[in-house]
Design a protein around this ligand. Structure first.
Ligand SMILES: Cc1cc2nc3c(=O)[nH]c(=O)nc-3n(C[C@H](O)[C@H](O)[C@H](O)COP(=O)(O)O)c2cc1C
Length: 199
């Protein structure tokens, strides 16, 4: 195996953080995470990702009340994070609308995932903890910031200094269950049908 690099060590130690210290996050650290996201690759270099940083405590509290209400109460932990980032895509005609209809692949989702993980790894490097959040009231988030429908709301990210890390070891499938060389191997357990829509 190649030697453990700083990048590998960072990926190895990263966990989703759901408990945060009340300590504010420096604005230049968030900017640095955004810069890391900005240099990510994207289909057709369309750079469809958009990031709405919510770091004003009063606005964040009001937003969190709207986004984590009702069935989304399970995500209320994120309201304790000093920063929330709303992650969106502004779809590009060539890469996204055409890509989706001809290729059948929503490239903007791949792009957001890559850029978001650039953000996450840079945050980790800066001593910050993050958690991707898919379980929140998307419509309420849209209404709160009056975001036009041409922007797809895809995720939230909570960011802050970790108060604790998840207990126990990371749970992951063994490599031979998820990666094959030079041939397809049918899985023993059936895979559920893909979920199509995000919104
Ligand atoms: C797209 C996406 C959405 C997620 N949504 C949530 C969420 O709504 N609430 C939550 O607590 N964790 C959420 N997570 C975090 C996952 O639960 C977590 O990454 C997974 O359990 C693996 O744990 P680890 O990140 O600590 O390695 C999400 C992760 C991703 C990538």
């Amino acid at each position: 195996m190649p030697e453990m690099s700083p990048l590998q060590a960072l990926m190895d130690s990263r966990r989703s953080i759901r408990r945060y210290l009340p300590r504010p996050v420096e604005k230049d650290k968030i900017r640095s995470c955004l810069e890391a996201a900005r240099i990510a690759p994207s289909a057709e270099n369309a750079q469809t990702w958009r990031f709405l940083v919510i770091d004003d405590p009063e606005i964040k509290d009001r937003f969190a009340r709207a986004a984590f209400s009702g069935i989304y109460g399970a995500t209320r932990f994120a309201a304790q994070a000093p920063v929330l980032v709303l992650m969106m895509s502004k779809l590009d005609f060539l890469a996204n609308r055409l890509g989706q209809s001809v290729q059948g692949i929503p490239f903007h989702l791949l792009d957001m995932g890559i850029a978001g993980e650039h953000f996450v790894l840079r945050a980790e490097e800066l001593g910050l903890g993050t958690c991707w959040i898919g379980w929140f009231a998307v419509r309420a988030a849209r209404r709160f910031f009056r975001i036009p429908r041409s922007y797809k709301i895809l995720s939230l990210m909570s960011v802050g200094y970790p108060a604790s890390r998840p207990p126990g070891a990371r749970v992951r499938k063994p490599l031979d269950e998820i990666a094959w060389y030079n041939g397809f191997k049918e899985e023993k357990t059936p895979i559920p049908e893909p979920i199509e829509a995000c919104e």
